[in-house]
Write a protein that binds this ligand. Structure first.
Ligand SMILES: [Cu+2]
Length: 154
C-alpha cells in the first residue's frame, strides 16, 4: 500500500500535473454539528475537484438549491439514499440541501476556489433561511465561516 502511494507521489512529481482531487461529504442523522447534517458541512475544494455525497444513513439526498450556485454551474439532484458525485467546475459558493430535511436546515456549502459570489449567496439565501423551522441559524453560521476565508485572503 505504501509503495503504491509512493509511486503515485513520484508520478505526480515527474509529470508535474496537478490531479483533480476527490472529497467525500457524509449525510448523517446526527453529527458534530447536531441532527440532520452534512459532514463536513462547509467544504473547501479547488475548481475542478469532485465531491462525493454519501448517505451514511438512508433517507437523505443531496440537491443543489436553485439560485444558490455560481453563475453557469450545473445543478444536481441526487436520488434518495443514493450517492451522487459532483464536479465543481465553476468558482464560488455552492449551497445544497437534503430535500426531505431542508426545513431542519440539513444544508451544506461547498466553496470551489474563492467565495467570489458570497455576498450574492447571502442575500439570495434569505428566503431559504426563513423556511427553516429548526437550526435556523445554521446556514448563517456556515456562510459566516467564509467571511473569515475572505478576510484571510485579503
Ligand atoms: Cu436528510
Amino acid at each position: 500500500m505504501l509503495k503504491v502511494k509512493l509511486l503515485a507521489a513520484s508520478l505526480c512529481l515527474v509529470s508535474g500535473l496537478s490531479w483533480a482531487a476527490e472529497h467525500t461529504v457524509h449525510m448523517k442523522n446526527r453529527g458534530e454539528g447536531g441532527s440532520m447534517v452534512f459532514e463536513p458541512a462547509v467544504l473547501h475544494v479547488n475548481v475542478g475537484d469532485t465531491v462525493h455525497f454519501v448517505p451514511s444513513k438512508p433517507a437523505h439526498n443531496s440537491a443543489s438549491v436553485d439560485g444558490l450556485l455560481p453563475e453557469g454551474a450545473t445543478p444536481w439532484k441526487g436520488g434518495m439514499s443514493e450517492k451522487v458525485s459532483v464536479t465543481m467546475d465553476k468558482e464560488g459558493v455552492y449551497v445544497y440541501q437534503c430535500d426531505p430535511h431542508s426545513i431542519m436546515a440539513m444544508i451544506g456549502v461547498v466553496v470551489a476556489g474563492k467565495p467570489v459570489n458570497l455576498e450574492q449567496i447571502k442575500s439570495d439565501s434569505a428566503t431559504l433561511q426563513a423556511s427553516f423551522v429548526m437550526n435556523k441559524k445554521r446556514l448563517g453560521k456556515y456562510l459566516a465561516q467564509l467571511d473569515q476565508t475572505v478576510a484571510q485572503a485579503n
